[in-house]
Design a protein around this ligand. Structure first.
Ligand SMILES: [Zn+2]
Length: 95
């Protein structure tokens, strides 16, 4: 997940118009609390933001439903190696 500093670096030297949507911890934490009455940590919000950044569909983009999908299937319950649900891990990675 790019940090703010990394985003600034990416934009260095870029001229003209750009289209950028920024999603941050507060968006994820606020949505979880306000729409689902769920409390997640800043670190869990970061995990969702990381997944959104790495895996979003370029045609669908990122939206509130994207966050809902990750709250329904949280990345912290998946194996960090094969990305399968921990109970279905196929890589036997030791965390
Ligand atoms: Zn695995």
């Amino acid at each position: 997940m790019p940090t703010v500093a990394e985003v600034k670096k990416r934009l260095r030297g870029v001229e003209g118009h750009v289209a950028v949507a920024i999603w941050c911890r507060d968006d994820v934490i606020g949505w979880a609390k306000e729409q689902r009455d769920e409390v997640i940590t800043p670190e869990q919000a970061d995990e969702i933001l990381d997944e959104m950044d790495r895996r979003h569909d370029c045609e669908l983009g990122m939206n509130w439903q994207t966050i809902d999908c990750y709250l329904d299937d949280p990345p912290w319950k998946r194996c960090k190696g094969c990305r399968m649900p921990a109970e279905n891990c196929i890589c036997q990675r030791k965390e």
